[in-house]
Design a protein around this ligand. Sequence first.
Ligand SMILES: C[S@@+](CC[C@H](N)C(=O)[O-])C[C@H]1O[C@@H](n2cnc3c(N)ncnc32)[C@H](O)[C@@H]1O
Length: 325
Amino acid sequence: MDRGDMSRNVRAIRHRAARWAVRAGRAASRRLGPRAEFGLERALLKRSWRHLEPARLQKYLVAGYQSPLINLQSILARHHLVNQIAGDRFKDLERSELEFAVARNRQMRAEQKRLGAKAGQRDKSAKEAFATVMADGGTIFMDRWRAELTGLTGNRISVLEPACGSANDYRYMAQCGLIDHLDYRGFDLTAANVSNAVDAFPGADFRLGDALDIDAADASFDWVVVHDLFEHLSPAACERAISEVCRVSRSGVLVSFFHMADIPDHIVTPLRSYYRNRLSLDRTREAFLTHCRSVDAIHISRFAADEFGLKRYYNSLAYTFIVQK
Ligand SMILES: C[S@@+](CC[C@H](N)C(=O)[O-])C[C@H]1O[C@@H](n2cnc3c(N)ncnc32)[C@H](O)[C@@H]1O
């Protein structure tokens, strides 16, 4: 056995031991009750993001198909907030922006095909395709919205964004002028994300926080907006986070899911320090309905196909929930 084999074996043994320790810890904490269970989950969630460099977090989920400039879920979330402020007077602009995003999604796929992306390299080729397709910056709708929203007199609303990352969606809410109409607060469990967000937007309200125990009074925000969090939580923590976002919202909650399907039960996949579950549409809807009045579930690839003739959205498991309190 050479040195390389030996260090690979040592790494494998370490990983296996760590996995075993986490499994044993999870089982023990479950027996001790929710406080211990969520305490351990919080510590593991923190650990799972801690090793990522701030510079990497800064770019995480803002390029490729996930860029809020062309990601249909991010765009629908912004439109939803615009609607709360200004009613439906911008329907035409909303449709044009969605058409633009669908066109760029199509171009990305064509470019990836041209690059000859093989399975396993799809993320890399999506980034390359994004750079090509968005060579013009892709911000034309940021400018069009800014022109409409600057000086607009409408309702002002308060918005809370748990798991806000490094201001991933916020930076586009700011660029398009939407933020001027919001009393916004974002929080995240990962300190590096919060400091990235504060550095980029010193005047904004970004702080450390935990979606399992939100530091806010009941009904203290008009809307809560969450992108891509619930799949990473254990089923118990997911229920807890759902009850928390419903508790602190006055009007409702808008949630983007990246891994949901029309299946009878959640498919639970624990990883070393977090989860990557495939959520059941019905079970998740029921969880919201124990706290809220209605749930409008949008299957994004069906929406893109029906409304814009897009044959394949990049993620067939993406759903957006608009939950009314
Ligand atoms: C997949 S990323 C999504 C980031 C961002 N919302 C987006 O869609 O671009 C998940 C984020 O959730 C944060 N997170 C994980 N568990 C959390 C918790 N219990 N409370 C708050 N944030 C959490 C992580 O730090 C990370 O920023």
